[in-house]
Design a protein around this ligand. Sequence first.
Ligand code: HEC
Length: 152
Amino acid sequence: VKYLSIFMAAILMSVGLQSSAHDQGDTIEQAISYRQSGFRMMAWHFKPMGAMVQGKSEWDLALFQKHASAVAALAPLPINGFIADSDMGDTHAKSEIWENWDDFLEKMQALVTETSALAKTASGGDKDAIKDQFIKTAGTCKSCHKKYREKM
Ligand code: HEC
């Protein structure tokens, strides 16, 4: 068992995951950076769909489908970074999140539901239905930001 834990520590260290005594603050910073990265990745895929929906770039169904499935895959992830006490530090998350946790979870669930519906609608190929579902999905981003994200 001892050998195994030394072995494990060596592996974790080699990938930069070894925990240390002063890791509480680090963990919070990492959680913040994790969720911000998740949102940034979502936005990377979300924006080009918005441009197509608004007619600012050419309609490309295959490309839309790719972006829609990426957003659906990413949507369940950011919640993992909203750990306790991570309302301090380099973040735009309001502390209201932790005061209204159930409501926040509901809004995250709405994001998961609508992005997954968007991916499904996109694979159907009906442009009007896709546009409607995109607008509905964008509404879930907006309603959460309005309440729980500081202006940035
Ligand atoms: C349930 C709430 C919620 C939903 C839904 C949500 N967001 Fe956010 N978003 C946040 C919060 C809170 C932050 C601030 C995170 C932080 O700074 O720690 C944020 C931050 C961001 C950021 C900035 C990340 C950075 O660089 O710091 C982007 C971009 C973003 N969201 C895009 C989106 C998009 C696009 C959607 C919809 C597809 C979406 N968000 C849906 C709550 C949400």
